[in-house]
Write a protein that binds this ligand. Structure first.
Ligand SMILES: *Cc1c(COP(=O)(O)O)cnc(C)c1O
Length: 296
């Protein structure tokens, strides 16, 4: 499965005119019905590697609302893999939209209590899973590894003439790939969907893994997490609703709404010089809207 290049569209707002900036959106949300934007790019080389190593099963980890779980189930099916999702916490029935869809894609769900889940990267837990499921290709939680960064570094292969690139950040694999792929061109702004500053160090580590430690044209904005991962408030939801009314596409509250909120806020605060062009990456994930009771 090979995807075409996701389209870019310009969006307009009185604010942009007033501040004399132009804003474009890279519509990765359109790239695949269940690959969920950036997730296809993160999985692409991992699936190639799994095939090369002769595995017929993918195993990965995630929470009950994870876009990554959904994407592994969907793309895994499309590429002829069996898939196992190790889900944090206990089973809740009926299954939510994410897990129901994953099951329909053929994923086997394996629930893991939270204290064991915290140890999921240890040899001991891996051994337990191997005893239970025999052979599998392991993809880490969130899907970020060296091969994922190789995939995301190709996301902007046809877009490299903007002054700024804006991208939401979860584990940092997507933004690290974008920084790596641009190889010093422009400035990359990551908007953290999680609370805290740890992602700055994490992205530095990920760049080091791909010999991109010399790249300094990036920063992570840590003020737009709205209380933490998957947390929202009325202000964010109002912003998202107004955004969706103004433009002809949807966002979701976990990543993309926070990025656009942060980007609009930075523009309003005069963070960009007149004449600046900004490409915001819509990383998809719209299946996650169902967890907030929104149509998707
Ligand atoms: C997973 C996801 C992200 C975060 O990507 P990372 O590579 O983990 O930083 C951003 N946006 C959406 C919509 C996602 O599903």
């Amino acid at each position: 499965m090979e995807l075409g290049n996701a389209p870019v569209q310009q969006i307009h707002a009185p604010l942009f005119e007033q501040m004399e900036v132009s804003v474009f959106v890279k519509r990765e949300d359109l790239n695949h019905p269940f690959a969920s934007g950036n997730k296809y790019h993160k999985l692409k080389y991992n699936l190639q590697e799994a095939k090369k190593q002769g595995h017929d099963t993918l195993l990965t980890f995630g929470g009950a609302y994870s876009n990554h779980i959904y994407a592994v189930a969907g793309i895994g099916k499309a590429e002829g893999f069996k898939t196992i999702g190790v889900i944090r916490g206990e089973e809740h029935l009926p299954l939510n939209h994410t897990l129901q869809s994953a099951t329909e894609f053929g994923m086997h769900l394996h629930y893991m209590d939270r204290s064991t889940y915290r140890l999921k990267n240890t040899e001991k837990v891996k051994q337990t899973l191997q005893n239970k499921f025999n052979d599998f290709y392991l993809i880490p939680e969130g899907g970020t590894n060296g091969l994922a960064i190789k995939g995301t570094s190709e996301m902007l292969k046809e877009e490299s003439n903007y002054d700024y690139y804006a991208c939401p950040v979860g584990t940092g694999g997507t933004v690290a790939g974008i920084i790596h792929g641009l190889n010093g061109q422009g400035k990359v702004l990551g908007f953290s969907a999680l609370k805290g500053n740890f992602l700055i160090e994490e992205v530095t580590n990920l760049l080091t893994q791909v010999n991109g430690q010399h790249l300094k044209n990036w920063s992570i904005k840590t003020d737009y997490h709205f209380g933490g991962y998957a947390k929202t408030n009325f202000e964010l939801m109002d912003f998202m609703k107004a955004f969706e009314e103004a433009y002809d596409f949807l966002l979701e509250p976990v990543y993309t709404a926070k990025m656009f909120y942060g980007l609009f806020d930075r523009i309003e605060k005069g963070a960009f010089q007149k004449g600046t062009s900004i490409l915001a990456i819509h990383t998809g994930g719209l299946q996650g809207r169902a967890g907030f009771g929104l149509a998707h």
